[in-house]
Write a protein that binds this ligand. Structure first.
Ligand code: NAD
Length: 513
């Protein structure tokens, strides 16, 4: 019942909302594919959503192209004003949208609210940014010449997002792209279409009130097939894709084949190093939040803990003590910290990873059970696991999207720990816990962490929107959100203006005709 009222508040018709492009309501049309959405909380059915057909998709592209002609001429600070209004509207809907995130994705309500707060924050950031899309000016080597660079909108930006941050990742892209003058086409994860529909309603309200075309923000619901249409489509100059490395490799190749731009935010295999100079209490707390928060389903989840031999036993004991007290259960219960995994497949992956790491010689020292019983309904709840392992194990090298923490021991200097931390294919987030300046600075130096995010005395997850977010190696190399990530959403143009009457050439070349 609560779910129905939330859907109503967010403008989603309960039970059978047929939805493809943002406008079409009613019964699922003949011959169209549908997605049935169930909550991971107890497996209950929420709604059926219709996926976009190729015709729907073409219609969306047409609307987006039309809208771009209008939007690119709206002055950037005025575009910022629209994004400001979206931020205000998100404040209004924060509780309902946060709850829908919990219903649909299963993260605890506090994290659902946190995700919406992140959307609000990026709206504020983008509003300010809309007055700061600066280019450089340069001194020309020729007399009476002026040189400068400017940034223009790219056009259509395709956003393919993952289930685990069903709304925030879209906003990181869409709000920045919007102030840059781009129009967006969003394909959310097929596991979380409802929260996307809710966001679409929120932005549509604001566009309507401002007499702007609805095609500035677009939504296409569907699975990987719809994502492929976007990746192949030369009408979309930039594809920003968030998800697994497997998906990123496919998208990267398809987009590169047409010389489009791709911004990839892919899997992580993040580690925390705990040195003998660490504040152990801080380190352990950060590890637990990083390892079990969102039930281990964050791209920045702490998956490996590299601990110095001299503090290893102490850290291990403290971790087990805390894991024993972890409240696991319904993510709407405010006392719960660990909710369910997204679906049955995720539970199977968790179980299989634990089996395979043990076959390789890993020792399961805590958790790993699939939880059954009334409190867990038909949900997908597991007890977060701690495994003593070695970094080179094939299972440890992979990102298993579930709460498994691998404890890895190092015996020598911090250089050894850094070497271990860098010895994986992924390069998203990393952290060191130490009170020693030399260790901390080495970790941040060119010879230190090879990740896109490197933290000192803070865990691997929970990044702020102000920084550019993303990672190296198989994480894909993309950067989005804060800092100057906006530049990727624009095309750069260098302009030289001659206000004299002669036509001098650069490099002193003489070419008299
Ligand atoms: P996924 O790769 O299964 O799906 C992500 C999205 O890609 C979905 O919308 C899916 O439909 C689409 N997709 C899949 N194959 C495609 C293809 N060939 N062409 C076009 N689109 C395709 O990922 P998931 O299970 O939803 O999310 C979990 C993964 O996402 C983890 O690996 C996690 O680390 C990663 N992730 C990364 C970041 C980051 O910022 N680096 C953030 C969140 C999640």
């Amino acid at each position: 019942q609560e779910m129905e009222s939330i859907l109503k508040q967010l403008g989603i018709r309960p039970l059978n909302p047929a939805y493809s492009t943002g406008q079409q309501w009613g019964k699922i049309q003949e011959g169209k594919k549908e997605i049935k959405v169930y909550t991971p909380i107890n497996g209950e059915y929420i709604a059926t959503v219709q996926t976009a057909t190729r015709e729907d998709y073409e219609e969306v592209i047409r609307k987006a192209q039309e809208a771009f002609k209008v939007w690119r001429k709206v002055p950037a600070p005025k575009r910022g004003e629209i994004v400001r209004q979206i931020g205000e509207r998100l404040r209004f809907y924060k509780d309902a949208l946060g709850k829908l995130v919990t219903f649909e994705m299963g993260k605890i309500y506090q994290e659902g609210l946190g995700e919406v707060q992140e959307m609000i924050d990026i709206c504020d950031f983008a509003t300010g940014l809309s007055r700061q899309l600066y280019g450089f000016t340069m001194h020309s080597e020729r007399p009476d010449h002026r040189m400068y660079e400017q940034y223009h909108p790219l056009g259509l930006v395709g956003i393919i997002s993952a289930f685990n941050f069903p709304v925030a990742v879209w906003s990181w892209n869409a709000m920045i792209a919007a102030v840059c003058g781009d129009v967006c086409i969003w394909k959310p994860s097929e596991k979380t279409p409802l929260t996307a529909i809710a966001c679409q309603h929120i932005v549509s309200e604001v566009l309507k009130e401002n007499n702007l075309p609805e095609g500035i923000f677009n939504l296409v619901i569907g699975d990987a097939e719809v994502g492929k249409w976007m990746a192949e489509d030369p009408r979309i100059p930039l594809i920003s894709a968030t998800g697994s490395t497997r998906m990123g490799k496919q998208v990267a190749q398809v987009v590169a084949a047409r010389l489009g731009k791709s911004l990839l935010e892919l899997g992580g295999n993040n580690a925390i190093i705990i040195t003998p100079n660490a504040n152990i209490e801080m380190a352990v707390r950060a590890t637990v939040f990083g390892a079990v928060g969102t039930c281990g389903q964050r791209c920045t989840t702490t998956r490996r803990l590299i601990v110095h031999d001299s503090v290893y036993e102490e850290v291990k004991e403290r971790l087990i003590e805390i894991y024993e007290r972890l409240p696991i259960g319904n993510p709407l219960d405010p006392s719960v910290l660990v909710g369910p995994l997204i679906d049955k497949q995720a539970v199977d992956t968790f179980v299989k990873a634990l089996e395979s790491v043990q076959k390789e010689g890993g020792k399961l020292i805590y958790g790993g059970e699939v939880l059954k019983g009334e409190a867990y309904g038909n949900g997908h709840y597991v007890k977060p696991a701690i495994v003593e392992a070695e970094n080179h194990f094939a299972t440890v090298q992979e990102e298993t999207f579930a709460p498994i923490l691998y404890l890895i021991r190092y015996k020598g200097e911090v250089e050894e720990a850094i070497e271990i931390q860098n010895s994986v294919k992924q390069g998203l987030s990393s952290a060191i816990f130490t009170q020693n300046l030399r260790e901390a600075e080495l970790f941040l130096s060119a010879a230190g962490s090879d990740c896109g995010i490197a933290n000192v005395n803070i865990g691997t997850s929970g990044a702020e929107i102000g920084g550019a977010f993303g990672g190296e190696k198989e994480t894909g190399g993309g950067r989005e959100s804060g800092s100057d990530a906006w530049k990727f959403y624009m095309r750069r143009q260098t302009n030289t203006i001659n206000y004299g009457t002669a036509l001098p050439l650069a490099q002193g070349i003489k070419f008299d005709v």
